[in-house]
Design a protein around this ligand. Structure first.
Ligand code: SAH
Ligand code: SF4
Ligand code: F3S
Length: 446
């Protein structure tokens, strides 16, 4: 009894780095801690338990975490007796090296070990130091019915974890372990409860979300799962990220056309427009095959927005290869792209590849690509002016509380003046102006 009361007074604070899956893991970790009697605090200096949920995808992500750990007091105002825990993908990769590099850290939990958190925290509470679990028990998924969600209108739902693809540049198969899919029934019931709680939109998460399979054989494949989810009563929007181009079949177009709640936006990472580079990246598709997939998406009756990820300066990428990337970007006419300079990651195949592209040249290519895409986006967004779109109002714009921000089903951000009462609602907005990354509009009064 006494212990419970004592631990109820304990507070935790989590800083999250990395992708949406990590953000959602932090929501689930928060729930696990609440179940242990901790309560969240928005003020890091009040925390008894300070957690960093880390990313390892590029070197910069690692450096950021180590610089935070080196300046715990300045960054977080951390209490001298706060317990410090490192979670996530960097924790998985660096494992007990972390204790050498950052001696103030009390415990390390890899991204496949969250289901062991209660035991690990109990050991830390008892004063044990250097507690670590980075096992990759392949059957385990982090199943917890979390009430702790950052956005009250849109929810993430993990449907599969891990990756079996081993692209030569990528740490994810090592940090997240092999593919594990959640059973259909778990996904369905989580989504039904989210809808019952008033969530309007769910985003299905997976490192290669469309390689989801039903371990119990009830549903054939990812597109069939989408159909089942689209039939959940009350659901308004379903998104998913990120599909792998290879697992994409034309039936996704039928699903998007026949189920309006499935958003007409697909994030389809290409990484490079050069078949030679794609082959060295071990992406298992050619430029032509990727373009074929884009073609069937473009043929849809619903206008499907496309976004992508691109890496510049992969070892051996020549100017000609880079120009092929630019030409692919022009051909596809993406709605948006995320672009990165290649970062060599220890443990991956490409780490030992020769013909490194210089930092200077990587920066130049990145800038050229981003400028190129900026023009495409301006052009695309300009065509939206004067048209009306349904948006889910999910926050205030960065410019203040009187300006709301919402997203269209194509995932375009529209800022418009309006009252906070509209938060969480689906409303119609007419676009009045455009920028490269967002639009401005006015509410269409009914
Ligand atoms: N599963 C997704 C990618 C997840 S990682 C897919 O298959 O496409 C998110 C993005 O980070 C990748 O798409 C890639 O563009 C980028 N990335 C991954 N490893 C990287 C590295 N070593 N250097 C630079 N960018 C990298
Ligand atoms: Fe990484 Fe490739 Fe897996 Fe995507 S598909 S997570 S890029 S290994
Ligand atoms: Fe980073 Fe891990 Fe996500 S490496 S991008 S947090 S899967």
């Amino acid at each position: 009894m006494v212990d419970l009361k004592l631990s109820k007074e304990k507070k935790f604070f989590i800083e999250t780095f990395g992708c949406q899956m990590n953000q959602h893991d932090s929501e689930k970790v928060a729930e696990a801690l609440i179940n242990l009697g901790y309560s969240p605090t928005p003020t890091s200096s009040e925390a008894d338990l300070l957690l960093l949920n880390t990313c390892n995808i590029r070197e910069k992500a690692n450096q950021k975490v180590f610089s935070r750990l080196g300046a715990l007091h300045q960054t977080y105002g951390a209490k001298p007796d706060a317990k410090i825990g490192l979670l996530g993908c960097m924790a998985q990769m660096e494992a007990d090296n972390i204790f050498k590099k950052a001696p103030r850290v009390d415990f390390v939990v890899g991204s496949s070990s969250y289901s062991f958190l209660p035991d690990l925290i109990a050991r830390v509470e008892k004063g044990e130091r250097k507690v670590i679990d980075v096992s990759q028990d392949t059957d385990r998924l982090f199943e917890i019915n979390t009430q702790t969600r950052k956005n009250p209108y849109k929810a993430f739902v993990t449907i599969m974890e891990g990756c079996n693809r081993f692209c030569s540049f990528c740490v994810v198969p090592y940090t997240r372990g092999p593919e594990r899919s959640r059973p259909t029934q778990h996904i369905l019931s989580e989504i039904q409860s989210l809808v019952n709680e008033g969530f309007q939109e769910v985003t299905l998460l997976g490192q290669t979300v469309n390689s989801w399979t039903d371990s119990q054989g009830q549903v054939n494949c990812f597109t069939d799962l989408l159909k089942r989810l689209a039939e959940v009563r009350g659901i308004r929007r379903i998104r998913f990220t990120s599909p792998h181009p290879n697992d994409f079949c034309p039936d996704i177009v039928d699903v998007i056309e026949n189920f309006p709640v499935v958003c007409n936006h697909i994030h389809l990472p290409v990484q490079s427009g050069s078949t030679r580079v794609l082959c060295r990246m071990k992406r298992d598709y050619t430029r032509e095959l990727y373009l074929q997939k884009v073609e069937f998406l473009r043929k849809s009756k619903r206008e499907i927005a496309l976004s992508t990820d691109i890496i510049v300066g992969f070892p051996g990428e020549t100017q000609d290869d880079f120009e092929e990337t630019l030409s692919l970007v022009e051909l596809v006419d993406y709605d948006s792209i995320f672009s990165f300079k290649y970062s060599p990651r220890p443990g991956t195949e490409a780490f030992s590849f020769a013909e490194a592209v210089s930092e200077e040249e990587k920066s130049r290519r990145l800038q050229v690509l981003q400028q190129f895409q900026r023009k495409i986006q301006l052009q695309r967004n300009s065509k939206m002016v004067g048209k009306r779109y349904e948006v889910l109002v999910d926050g205030s714009s960065q410019r203040g509380t009187k300006t709301l921000a919402g997203r269209t089903t194509q995932n375009k951000i529209i800022n418009f003046p309006g009252s906070q009462e509209l938060l969480g609602k689906l409303v119609e907005v007419q676009v009045t102006n455009f920028l490269p990354n967002s639009l401005q509009g006015e509410l269409v009064e009914c």
